[in-house]
Design a protein around this ligand. Structure first.
Ligand SMILES: [Zn+2]
Length: 91
């Protein structure tokens, strides 16, 4: 008797800089993707399709859709804009 089926496994794509909207920490996150694998006798043989992606905050463990990485990139871009020059206060 051959036992086969499918199983979802998570794979780490990478660790990325990240601003967490929940704990407001400018830290890092783990970017993972979940793939459905074909299994034979409960052993994963080959990946079949991608089920989804997720991003997990290292500080609080909240999981997000990877769209938050694009929002982080947008925030970073805005932060890098030079600030308006303020003349020094004279006393
Ligand atoms: Zn967090």
């Amino acid at each position: 008797m051959i036992i086969f089926g499918t199983r979802v496994r998570r794979e780490t794509i990478g660790v990325k800089p990240f601003y967490c909207p929940t704990c407001h920490t400018d830290g890092a996150c783990t970017h993972e993707e979940a793939k459905r694998w074909f299994t034979l006798f409960f052993i994963p043989i080959f990946p079949m399709d991608k089920v989804g992606e997720m991003v997990t905050c290292h500080a609080c463990g909240t999981q997000y859709h990877p769209d938050v990485l694009a929002k982080f990139a947008e925030k970073r871009k805005n932060d890098d804009k030079p600030k308006r020059h303020e003349p020094p206060l004279e006393d």
